[in-house]
Design a protein around this ligand. Structure first.
Ligand code: MV4
Length: 498
């Protein structure tokens, strides 16, 4: 095992990784920008290195600065978390050539899966089901004919894409050439590469992904699926494990297909194979993410495996000591992402000082966060406050636990999506797992502002009470109950107002 790991990230995932390191008795090195001087990951790590101004392009994304901090601290390995440098093949390669272990797959695996056309070719060769489409990139001359052959509606996708960038849905032949031009220029702008391919469009798809983990001795296992269909503008909002929808047979097939793909690139570490599923439970490979994902906790809750610890152990060369049939799924887990944002204003970020935060707790509740009372959510980074995760015996119980947990969640000082999430978990359709990637767009009633409007006033009132009792850290029990009754008088207890 390593003695020291550098965590090349910030926020809740940096905290999550530091916790895993502590459990493994590995010492930790944090890196931080000017905006993160008072961040939790900095105080939790054994050492911390300042790496520059708030802009990621001048700090968290500068490979040389991260490598330099690793060398100066004599860290043997770097955990990249998600985002930032986590899927940057050049960075993984730089670690490899500097003799630092990149906690993730090889630079080669990242490179192969990073190019969506190459990934499609690998899937094709491994006999993993693919959305009907072109074998590779298309020229302007070929494109129209290819679309006609596939049959409308089709999707034009950027080869260098992923996460929805450079993607265009085309319903009719006469709209095709304009869409092709737009997809190319968007792809060129975003990735400096305008090559595109074409796929059949899958109507009302569900997004289901399989977690995999491999060691460096050729063993690759899967940890079943996560359902991530509740999204808005390619940003996941709710994730769950298992899916509330698929049969045992489909689950088994998806796991086998994910393993075929991972084995084809001799995958090491944690990865996710994304599939798109139609309303008839046909599924097709979309892309592979070669990092730990935001939503990994739901898989941890149902399998009992610590994914981050296994990433570290496999990167250190340890063997996975269990076999596929040892991995079982138990109960149901749901995660939702708590954001400082205004859902009713197109999910506009709402950075600012979190004056007071109290996360729910209790049996089956997990809150992965790096935010504390007094923390400043900066406009420089993703405004996620926390990931609230629940576990219960079945899906219905998990939804009920999530509703109760959200009702208990207090965040004062910034606007949040807690009201929006509460409404979502109360929808009967969601309860019946009748969900697909267009769910939020089809439910505009979720976006009607209610409690959110009153929150600033409530924050002021609650803080006034807190200051009156000269409580610095947390309102005393007496104050808290005053706050509760005050909230009730205003009819803004979440369960009443929503
Ligand atoms: C699709 C699709 C329908 N048909 N491909 C969006 C992100 C990127 N990873 C792939 N995406 C999609 N690809 C075909 N052939 C619909 C989507 C899609 C989507 C996929 C997963 C999760 C959310 C989504 C939201 C809109 C569209």
């Amino acid at each position: 095992m390593f003695e020291k790991i550098l965590v090349a990230n910030r926020g809740e995932i940096a905290v999550r990784i530091i916790r895993a390191c502590k459990e493994l008795r590995v010492s930790t090195v944090a890196v931080y920008s000017d905006a993160d001087r008072s961040s939790l990951h900095v105080s939790m790590a054994d050492e911390a290195f300042h790496i520059g101004p708030p802009a990621p392009g001048e700090s968290y994304l500068v490979m040389e600065k991260i490598i330099d901090a690793a060398k100066r601290s004599r860290a043997e390995a770097i955990h990249p978390g998600y985002g930032f440098l986590s899927e940057n093949a050049a960075f993984a390669g730089m670690c490899e050539s500097e003799g630092i272990v990149f906690i993730g797959p090889t630079a080669q695996s990242i490179r192969l899966m990073g190019d969506k056309i190459t990934a499609r070719k690998i899937a094709l060769k491994a006999k993993v089901p693919l959305v009907p489409g072109t074998d590779g990139a298309v020229t302007d001359v070929e494109a129209g004919g290819a679309a006609k052959k596939i049959g409308y509606p089709v999707m034009i996708k950027a080869s260098a894409g992923g996460g929805g960038k450079g993607m265009r849905l085309v319903r009719k032949a006469k709209e095709f050439s304009a869409a092709l031009g737009m997809a190319r220029s968007e792809a060129h702008g975003a990735f400096g590469d305008d090559s595109v391919y074409i796929e059949k469009y899958i109507e009302r798809p569900r997004h289901i992904e399989i977690q995999v983990i491999g060691d460096s001795h050729g063993k690759v296992l899967h940890l079943f699926e996560r359902e991530c269909s509740i999204q808005r503008r390619h940003q996941k909002v709710i994730e769950e494990a298992p899916s509330g929808f698929i049969s045992a047979k489909t689950r088994k097939q998806m796991g086998e297909m994910a393993l075929r793909l991972a084995k084809a690139v001799k995958y090491r570490g944690a990865g996710t194979v994304e599939f798109i599923m139609d309303q008839k439970e046909n599924f097709y490979f979309l892309e592979m993410n070669t990092r730990v994902q935001v939503e990994h906790p739901v898989t941890e809750m149902v399998t009992g495996l610590d994914i981050v610890k296994w990433m570290i152990r496999t990167a250190a060369g340890q063997k996975l000591p269990f076999k596929q049939s040892d991995i079982k799924m138990n109960g149901h887990s749901i995660e939702c992402r708590i954001y400082a944002e205004v859902p009713e204003q197109n999910f506009m970020p709402a950075p600012g000082r979190v004056e007071y935060i109290r996360a729910p707790s209790g049996p089956g509740i997990r809150n992965d966060s790096s935010v504390y009372s007094g923390f400043e959510v900066t406009p420089h980074y993703d405004p996620m406050i926390s990931k609230l995760i629940v576990w219960a015996g079945d899906r219905t119980e998990a939804i009920d636990k999530m509703r109760a947990a959200l009702d208990e969640y207090i965040v004062l000082g910034v606007k949040t999506n807690i009201g929006f999430l509460t409404r979502l978990f109360k929808e009967a359709e969601f309860g019946r797992a009748e969900i697909d990637t267009g769910y939020i767009e089809r439910h505009p009633e979720l976006l009607k502002a209610q409690l959110a409007d009153l929150e600033p006033a409530l924050a002021a009132a609650a803080l006034g009470m807190r200051n009156a009792t000269r409580e610095v850290e947390e309102p005393a029990a007496q104050t808290r109950s005053n706050w509760k009754s005050f909230a009730r008088r205003l009819a803004v207890s979440r369960s009443q107002a929503l």
